[in-house]
Write a protein that binds this ligand. Structure first.
Ligand code: B12
Ligand code: SF4
Length: 575
């Protein structure tokens, strides 16, 4: 049973600019398969090695694996679909698999667009993949595929989605096989060392309206910190990793575990620095602990500050305040931790003035780094549904935080991009002359200058924000920018039963439901209960998540109306 994992070759000039990133999904899936007795797997990183479609074709032709598996975030979806098409053409007998965030929620559209995909793995991948590989190995595939939880596939012209696989309770049973990656390739420019993204915890108890990660993992689980440090020790000692970023959505919410994790790192004296993404509220809560976190090697915290206006934070259901953002940055700076403030811009009410306001607020907070991401309306986020028909672009390849998907009412997309670039230029110009070179702590200084180097390299090569590709050469070119949207791409609205599955995949606890979700659930409970009777949460099985509402849900526009052109092309759905 030969399994070939392939990471799709998609690049957009966002976070990739910091170096060559090692993909964690492969290591975690491979490790779980290994524990289940399947060790004949290998990996091709088409993104890091910049492998073309023709190059992949050659590899598939030569390798002839039994299973070809790839991943996709939203912007990489078409690249992944194409990759599996080539895989099917060259290896018609191989089983083609797709997993990751986008396919978990958008499987109906994907299977319609890419019927050569044999199965989509929904949500957390380890247990489902092992069950699926076993079924193939034991000759039960495809005859018994309906018994495998957590997958979606085409059966003739019908889409079948099996009940959700329960999330893995014993998260310590997941032991990554980092040896599947070729570590020479993965270099983090700021530190000049290989970089990894291990997992301490999965999931997030918050419910920000623009985000879908809290829906994806369904519940929050933390691994044994000692075991995670064991994994990091392997990464450092066997693979030369010198920097890691926890792949977690919310690594610090369980303070006890996070403290244990830091204690263990300190005790083992591993030569490694690291970073996290976390919430400002956790930083404020842990004010006293920040020196200890720094001692454990934590040198970079990227904060979901998101906005300079309270109204926007509330719209995002962020449960934070502007004042908290400023305070958290002050505390981190005082404790020698590099701070990165993340802003989301480009909603419909964005103007030149609001962009300027964000810049001024940012200068006032004075983080070490700042990041202006374009608002990206994942169709499976709560905010998307609140936007109604305001989203016009459904070319998912551009859903990448660097392309303006929404057109603000008062400016065009080119002006928005130019405004964002103006913020970057001013911010980093100041930092490069008046900030980074004068930082006293040598590690922090090295790190910041390293980040600047990565940033300048990508700006010089016009790769930053895909500027060259979009024909942006500075303010004078803002009227000539071409984002190359494929406007023939449409959103295929899920059929009601599938939409109900998507909604119920993770229904937020009532306290935290956004207004839109709560309203949608209420509407569904009154209007749609009868026709949906017998239809169970998480796909209809008996494996219910406790917090999932028992009543049927048909929400977020889950009606029967399709976008023009979509209805006739859609296969029927069977659950
Ligand atoms: C590390 C990371 C990166 C790294 C990527 C490293 C790499 N080579 O993989 C870097 C910094 C390069 C990066 C860049 C970007 N990222 Co990023 N990234 C993350 C982060 C923080 C962790 C991802 C991770 O490793 N998780 C741990 C692994 C174990 O989880 P996983 O990948 O989901 O895999 C599990 C399942 O999904 C499933 N699975 C996944 N794939 C497959 C495949 C098969 C066959 C199967 C069976 C199962 C399966 O099984 C796995 C184990 O359970 C997430 C946020 C988060 N906390 O998850 C954002 C995230 C994935 N990134 C995101 C985005 C948008 C981007 C960028 C577009 C942003 C930008 N402009 O820079 C770029 C795109 C880069 C690209 N070319 O694809 C979004 C995606 C949202 C979406 N709807 O798709 C996320 C969720 C962040 C967010 N704020 O929403 N990213
Ligand atoms: S805190 Fe908000 S943005 Fe961050 S992972 Fe959780 S839900 Fe998403």
């Amino acid at each position: 049973m030969r399994i070939l994992f392939v990471h799709p070759n998609y690049i957009c000039g966002g976070a990739e600019i910091a170096g060559k990133w090692s993909p964690a999904w492969v290591a975690y899936l491979a490790g779980y398969l290994k524990a289940g007795g399947y060790t004949d797997y290998s990996f091709v990183d088409a993104m890091t090695d910049d492998i073309s479609d023709d190059g992949l074709r050659e590899i598939f032709k030569r390798e002839q694996p039994d299973v070809i598996a790839t991943t996709a975030n939203t912007p990489a979806i078409y690249t992944a679909e194409r990759l599996l098409k080539i895989a099917k053409e060259e290896c018609p007998n191989a089983v083609t698999l797709l997993g990751g965030i986008h396919a978990t929620f958008m499987f109906q559209q994907i299977l319609a667009e890419a019927p050569w995909i044999d199965a989509i793995v929904r949500g957390e991948g380890e247990a489902v993949t092992l069950n699926l590989v076993r079924a193939i190995d034991q000759g039960r595939w495809p005859a018994e595929r309906a018994d495998i939880l957590g997958i979606a596939y085409m059966d003739g012209d019908q889409i079948v989605a099996t009940p959700a696989e329960p999330t893995i309770r014993d998260v310590d049973s997941i032991v990554a096989d980092w040896g599947v990656l070729d570590w020479k390739k993965y270099m983090y420019i700021p530190m000049g060392v290989p970089v990894a993204t291990p997992n301490l915890a999965r999931g997030c108890p918050f419910t920000c309206s623009f985000c879908s990660q809290w829906k994806f993992w369904r519940d929050y689980r933390v691994r044994d910190p000692k075991k995670v440090v064991d994994e990091i020790e392997v990464l450092v000692r066997e693979h030369g990793v010198g920097f890691f970023i926890l792949a977690d959505e919310e690594p610090t919410i369980n303070r006890k575990k996070f403290v244990e994790f830091c204690e263990e790192l300190i005790e083992r004296k591993l030569p490694v620095y690291w970073g996290i993404n976390t919430r400002v509220t956790d930083v404020l809560r842990d004010e006293e602990l920040l020196p200890f976190y720094r001692k454990a090697g934590l040198i970079h915290i990227s904060l979901g500050t998101e906005a300079a206006a309270q109204l926007k934070l509330d719209l995002f259901n962020k449960e934070t305040t502007v004042a908290q953002n400023k305070k958290a940055i002050d505390l981190l700076r005082a404790n020698g931790i590099v701070t990165e403030a993340q802003f989301i811009v480009g909603l419909e009410n964005e103007t030149k003035e609001t962009l300027e306001e964000t810049y001024r607020m940012c200068m006032d907070w004075n983080p070490d780094m700042a990041n202006w991401s374009m608002f990206t309306p994942w169709p499976f986020s709560d905010l998307f549904h609140q936007l109604g028909d305001k989203v016009e672009i459904f070319d998912f390849e551009k859903y990448n935080f660097v392309t303006p998907i929404m057109k603000p009412l008062a400016m065009d997309r080119g002006e928005l991009l130019d405004g964002v670039m103006n913020n970057y230029r001013r911010f980093y110009m100041k930092k490069s002359f008046l900030g980074y070179p004068w930082v006293r702590d040598p590690i922090r200084r090295k790190y910041l200058l390293g980040c600047l180097k990565a940033f300048l390299k990508s700006a010089f090569e016009r790769k930053f924000y895909s500027l060259g590709k979009h024909n942006y050469w500075g303010p004078q070119s803002k009227g000539k920018i071409n984002f190359g949207f494929d406007e023939s791409r449409k959103l295929v609205k899920n059929e009601p039963q599938i939409e109900a599955q998507v909604i119920q995949w993770k229904t937020a606890p009532p306290r935290k439901r956004s207004a839109a979700t709560a309203e949608a659930i209420k509407a569904a409970e009154t209007a749609a209960a009868a026709p949906m009777a017998g239809f169970k949460a998480c796909g209809g099985g008996d494996q219910q998540m406790e917090e999932v509402a028992p009543a049927a849900v048909m929400a977020c526009g889950g009606g029967t109306e399709q976008l023009p052109g979509a209805a006739s092309a859609m296969p029927r759905m069977k659950i």
